[in-house]
Design a protein around this ligand. Structure first.
Ligand code: PLP
Length: 341
């Protein structure tokens, strides 16, 4: 298969239209058989549920070219089950998990020429999503839905190495207690936009959200979970019902314990503890891990000991081990890598 002639290493994180996408429609209580299509546009009624009451959920994962030339995805079964959880919370029909995996297989295969080559640092970003499609004006769930998957090649997240970022403690909340913080819904992102735009205007890379009830415990950022390394080299990750269960974070916890022999603590993290940690980072599919150098709490600076120049040494080990597993350089735990081609 001939690869597209793209400048892989200089692609950004942006949408580039590829050839095929997958569509399945839900009507009269059942999903149709689904198919690939070349049509990248969706034509919906003006009153579709997604436009009026934001009934839409999504997932994000990547396909990679491994060292031995295969195209693989990383733990897509967890994206399938997380989308099902999101659907149940927003009163949407579940797209069957085996069909989710099959849809990913079909779309990546059909766009194989857009999967960046091994070593380019670029990857193929996969975006499954679902929305209410029929007219809804009284507040209730839609009766008809569409599930889609498109892919777009994205460049290396860090060009020229992962520089530690500066984040601030936000005055906004990302998710209410017992709200929708634990599902991947567009609505959580709509309400985070003002907070991130103003954070950028004020010179910060990201927002740290605290627990909305007491504002004393660390939750996450708009689109990534936190990891912390203690001075005695334990991995600590915040636990809360309003945090989105990141697949990257769950994988890092496994890697820390089973590959690096570290003690892992998944528990509530007091904001007051943060200044005690040796290293800090954000984790998610897009960047895998972004190191944090500085956290600013209303003018009070917390300098993470690993500094503003490089990833902390343990964070780097976690990053190298996990990306090594994803790229086929390190043996993966059973079931983590799904070979597409
Ligand atoms: C998607 C997302 C993450 C990261 O999850 P991954 O499965 O690791 O990509 C973290 N937080 C939020 C709010 C998210 O939407």
């Amino acid at each position: 298969m001939e690869k597209k002639n793209l400048d892989w290493a200089n692609l950004g994180f942006a949408y580039l239209q590829t050839e095929k996408r997958y569509v399945s429609n839900y009507k009269d209580g059942a999903w149709d058989e689904g198919a690939l299509t070349e049509d990248a546009n969706i034509v919906l009624n003006e009153c579709a549920g997604v436009f009026q009451y934001a009934q839409t959920i999504f997932e994000g994962l990547k396909a990679y070219t491994t060292e031995d030339g295969h195209i693989v995805t990383f733990r897509p079964d967890l994206n399938a089950s997380r989308l099902a959880d999101s659907a149940r919370r927003l009163e949407m029909p579940v797209f069957p998990e085996d069909r989710f995996i099959d849809a990913i297989q079909k779309v990546v295969e059909a766009n194989a020429s857009y999967v960046p080559p091994y070593g380019s640092g670029a990857t193929l970003y996969i975006r499954p999503y679902m929305m209410g499609t029929n007219p809804v004006i009284g507040v209730k769930p839609a009766d008809e839905y569409q599930f889609r998957v498109f892919v777009t090649p994205v460049g290396p997240y860090f060009k020229g190495g992962a520089k530690p970022i500066t984040i601030r403690v936000s005055d906004f909340d990302r998710a209410a207690p017992h709200g929708t913080g634990n599902i991947k819904a567009g609505l959580n992102y709509a309400m985070s936009l003002h907070a991130i735009v103003t954070a950028h205007e004020d010179g910060y890379d990201e927002n740290m959200y605290l627990d909305p009830a007491s504002r004393t415990k660390v939750e996450e950022t708009g689109g990534a979970n936190f990891i912390f390394i203690t001075k005695d080299n334990k991995l600590v990750t915040p636990k809360s019902d309003s945090i989105l269960p990141s697949i990257t974070r769950r994988s890092i916890m496994y890697v820390a314990e089973h590959y690096l022999g570290m003690t892992v603590e998944h528990r509530e993290v007091e904001f007051a503890e943060v200044s005690e940690f040796a290293e800090a980072g954000l984790c998610g599919t897009a960047a895998v891990i972004s190191p944090i150098g500085k956290i600013v709490d209303h003018g009070k600076e917390i300098l993470i000991p690993s500094g503003m120049e490089d990833m902390g040494p343990t964070t780097k080990k976690l990053y190298d081990t996990l990306t090594g597993i994803q790229m086929g350089k390190i043996e993966a735990p059973e079931g983590w890598i799904k070979t597409i081609l």
